[in-house]
Design a protein around this ligand. Structure first.
Ligand code: ISJ
Length: 169
């Protein structure tokens, strides 16, 4: 099977869907959206994964910093919406430490694996177009709203060598 960005984009979107649950837990607990200590744990955890050994450590750091930025973008927007409405949805909220962060960690493993799969596509001239189209397909299949589509493009920025949107190592 020829490698494509489809699975990477799916996994990135999957991780982003969890930002909603993170935001709910922060609404309930009053904890800040940004947790620098947790971010450092996520980034240092990546380097220890088997698939990470084949990848450029600087690319991994940039890529996961972008996943975290996109996650926070969703959290800030949802929290502001809920403040405007005076209430948050009453959907089930998993516990941040016991449930959400372990789930995010499993996405991290999948993401590192998928990054490894597409590593040969990063240099291609059509990389930005292929990546953006893969994201567009995920928007349709996962029925992403505008906020999550915006965050998806943000999270994917910087993967292509020819992409000038985000500074690369
Ligand atoms: C997801 C969280 O919120 C933010 C986003 C993080 C992430 O995407 O991994 C990590 C820390 C926080 O800055 C969290 O606190 O766990």
């Amino acid at each position: 099977q020829t490698p494509s960005f489809d699975r990477l984009a799916e996994a990135v979107a999957g991780r982003l869907q969890f930002a909603d649950k993170v935001a709910l837990s922060k609404w309930d607990t009053g904890k800040p959206v940004e947790d620098k200590e947790q971010e450092a744990k996520v980034i240092s955890g990546v380097a220890a994964l088997p698939d990470a050994q084949r990848l450029d450590p600087a690319l991994l750091r940039t890529f996961f910093a972008n996943q975290i930025e996109a996650n926070k973008l969703i959290q800030y927007t949802l929290l502001a919406d809920w403040h405007r409405n005076g209430r948050a949805p009453d959907t089930i909220r998993p516990d941040l430490v016991k449930e959400i962060r372990p789930t995010l960690a499993r996405y991290t493993e999948t993401l590192v694996h998928e990054l490894d799969v597409v590593s040969g596509l990063r240099e291609n001239k059509d990389c930005p177009a292929s990546l953006a189209k893969a994201a567009g397909n995920v928007v349709v299949t996962q029925k992403l709203d505008r906020l999550h589509s915006v965050a998806l493009d943000r999270a994917l920025a910087g993967i292509c060598v020819a992409d000038t949107a985000v500074k690369k190592p």
